[in-house]
Design a protein around this ligand. Sequence first.
Ligand SMILES: NC(=O)c1ccc[n+]([C@@H]2O[C@H](COP(=O)([O-])OP(=O)(O)OC[C@H]3O[C@@H](n4cnc5c(N)ncnc54)[C@H](OP(=O)(O)O)[C@@H]3O)[C@@H](O)[C@H]2O)c1
Length: 334
Amino acid sequence: MTETMRAVVQRGYGSPDRVLELTEIERPAPGPGEVLVRLHATSVNTPDWVLVTGTPAILRLGTGLRRPTAPVRGSDIAGTVAAVGPGVTDLAPGDPVFGSVWQNRAGAGAGTFAEYAVAPADRLLRKPEELPFAAAAAAVMSGITALTAVRDAAAAGPGTRLLINGASGGVGTFAVQIAARLGARVTAVCSGRNAEFVRALGAERVIDYTVEDYTRGAERYDAILDNVLNHPPAASARMLAPTGVLIPNSVGRGSRLLAGLPRMARAATLRWTGTRVRTVTCVPDRTNLAAVAALLGTGEVTAVIERSYPLAEAARAVAHLLGHRARGNIVITL
Ligand SMILES: NC(=O)c1ccc[n+]([C@@H]2O[C@H](COP(=O)([O-])OP(=O)(O)OC[C@H]3O[C@@H](n4cnc5c(N)ncnc54)[C@H](OP(=O)(O)O)[C@@H]3O)[C@@H](O)[C@H]2O)c1
């Protein structure tokens, strides 16, 4: 008899409450090199609402025209190993783990908005005992993206003048903390209601975008991490010091057809005029998982979680992130 599990299945593209449904589906089984994890927590990230809404619509050419071929959203994982597939020797049933199903057999629909998910063993790391499951789940995509942007793309170190646009969101809250810990001088851009909050995370200066446009200021920066892309990339690039680097990091917002893709493309073309441009790819491998675990382990960096939802309210969790006003991360706990 096939075993089943509760999962949130996507029936088409549209608003989360219309297209996401909690239902019972077949429980996946781990193949060679894979691990079946019983979820305790997962988090909601930009790729989830992008795929739920089908925006930018052009992505549907690759993900499925009428509905995503992979029906279950979610990629970040924190839970307990339930079973291991052939060839997995360093994880065993009962182990607490965190990581990502990124690059699993997503075509089979094995996302993490479910009671169980299958992940490649090399995308999972034993979870430090003191790290709560929800924080571990929140730290995967947001934490690794922020770490890659700040440590690698911005090469932040003591005294680096780093501006972070979208400083109070899931990626931004990790980026501010990591940059401050590395000794960077962080200018955080967010709305006034979040000013004190990002200062407490380590920002030296805050620009309230409702009263001030950072692309018109007098300051110059060694790096700009743009998680919003609400300004033309050339305007942001003008705020860089001569050897400064622009890090465009948003595909989500813009027209229905293309969303932020044209601005990402325009940012890339700035290279031709001599601007240093670096993009960020979140790679949830064991090295990066260990790096975020180490940061969280010291207590100097914390996973900011604005709200956690039960699995049955996954649609509300996605809608929360889709509102673009989340303070930190949104998680789903089971
Ligand atoms: N490269 C990768 O692999 C990768 C992976 C994940 C995500 N991303 C990208 O990272 C970006 C950030 O993701 P996220 O999860 O942090 O987003 P998020 O959590 O949805 O960001 C929400 C935050 O954005 C702030 N915000 C909204 N409008 C703003 C504006 N006009 N100016 C400045 N801040 C504004 C809000 O602050 P207020 O409430 O104060 O307005 C809120 O705190 C996304 O665009 C996503 O595409 C990239």
